[in-house]
Design a protein around this ligand. Structure first.
Ligand code: 1CP
Length: 343
């Protein structure tokens, strides 16, 4: 139980009826806001994440511009791996990069257990500042084992993920050891975020949709399920999101989350059928549409809201993260429109 149990975000996540439809935007903090760059400074995002006052300020920036129902901690999915010195970094203009990619059993030694109280002390302090400042729930997050493994194995962002699939299919025992270690790291990081004051957590498996459902079931599902099962007793709502997951939504719902994120390729009504109303849904405006003139955006937002048809257990969001070139005024108008819906 948290102080935000009666907030629209937490109520919708629990499939209760909130006073208005809650809205937040994945990747609402950071690159799309001009005020972000002076706070981040010249270093990489990891430098900013390590300084609690700066990370807290960047988390708060979108909540001042938009009437959103949640803040999301300013961090990255690779932060815990970087904190244990696996040898992963964020290269400006590229994303996560790893000079010595994970390729063999020996590389498991570089993956020591995470001790959040020392490795992620800065994150604890950031959340403490935020819980003082915020009047809306804070969402903590972690990368799911599959998506983290793609960066560790490929060494950089990839479109094909050849190396990841090759290791997964040719060395299944090593693959499962890697994912098991990554699941433990995600559990430790998320538990620490919840203990520090996060009111909900989201497990990002952004790239799991590149897999066939049978391969997802065998190589990915057990690890995500382990993470969500370990967090269940915390009592905070658990969100689970990936892109291109139309054929995986039933398994995303089975993995143990309260809320499943839907990308823009799947109609909400189809997602409801595939998840059989077992979970709340979050989504699913195409982030590219935010670059269109307002009447186009307005029509799309209304189409999605009408499709949901006031079904409880619904949180408005984009179908993936805010793109860096998005005009913040459009996001502000979307939040306002979602809140005025039905009133
Ligand atoms: O300095 C910069 O501006 C670098 C860009 C940047 C930012 C702002 C990166 C590098 N990460 C972040 C912050 C971040 N990353 C947040 C907090 C901001 C917020 O949500 O408001 C979050 C939640 C993430 C999560 C994240 N990082 C995901 C999952 C969500 C998603 O969009 O799918 C993934 C896949 C990453 C990896 C990553 N980190 C950074 C980049 C550019 C990428 C993507 C690289 C790729 O395309 O593969």
């Amino acid at each position: 139980m948290t102080q935000y149990d009666s907030s629209p975000l937490i109520q919708a996540a629990r499939q209760q009826k909130p006073s208005h439809i809650p809205v937040w935007f994945m990747r609402q903090a950071g690159r799309s806001l001009p005020e972000y760059f002076p706070v981040r400074g010249d270093g990489t995002i990891l430098n900013a994440i390590q300084v609690p006052e700066r990370a807290a300020e960047i988390t708060l920036q979108p909540t001042r511009r938009y009437d959103v129902d949640a803040a999301i901690l300013f961090s990255d999915i690779i932060t815990p791996l970087w904190a244990i010195d696996f040898g992963i970094d964020i290269t400006p203009g590229i994303g996560p990069t790893c000079e010595k990619p994970f390729r063999s059993e020996d590389d498991l030694q570089r993956l020591r257990p995470l001790d959040p109280s020392s490795d992620l002390a800065f994150q604890h302090d950031t959340i403490k500042i935020l819980t003082e400042e915020l009047t809306i729930p804070l969402i903590g997050f972690a990368g799911a084992p599959f998506t983290l493994a793609t960066y560790m194995i490929e060494g950089k962002p990839s479109k094909t993920h050849h190396n990841t699939k090759s290791l997964m299919f040719s060395e299944p025992a090593l693959w499962h050891k890697l994912c098991d270690a990554l699941a433990d790291i995600a559990i430790a990081s998320l538990q620490a975020q919840i203990e520090a004051g996060a009111s909900a957590v989201q497990l990002f498996d952004s790239w799991a949709g590149i897999l066939h459902p049978q391969h997802y079931r065998e190589f990915v599902f057990p690890h995500s399920q382990k993470i969500l099962a370990a967090l269940k007793s915390s009592g905070v709502p658990l969100f689970h999101f990936g892109t291109n997951t139309a054929e995986l939504l039933d398994q995303f719902a089975d993995a143990g989350a309260d809320v499943v994120g839907v990308d823009w390729r799947t109609p909400l009504s189809a997602a409801r059928q595939r998840t059989n109303n077992r979970v709340a849904l979050q989504g699913n405006l195409d982030p590219s549409i935010c670059h269109s003139p307002w009447p186009v955006v307005e029509q799309e937002v209304k189409r999605i809201l009408n499709e949901n048809d006031n079904t409880p257990g619904y949180i408005f969001n984009l179908g993936h993260g805010v793109q860096p070139t998005t005009n913040p005024d459009i996001l502000a108008a979307i939040a306002k429109l979602v809140h005025s819906y039905g009133s």
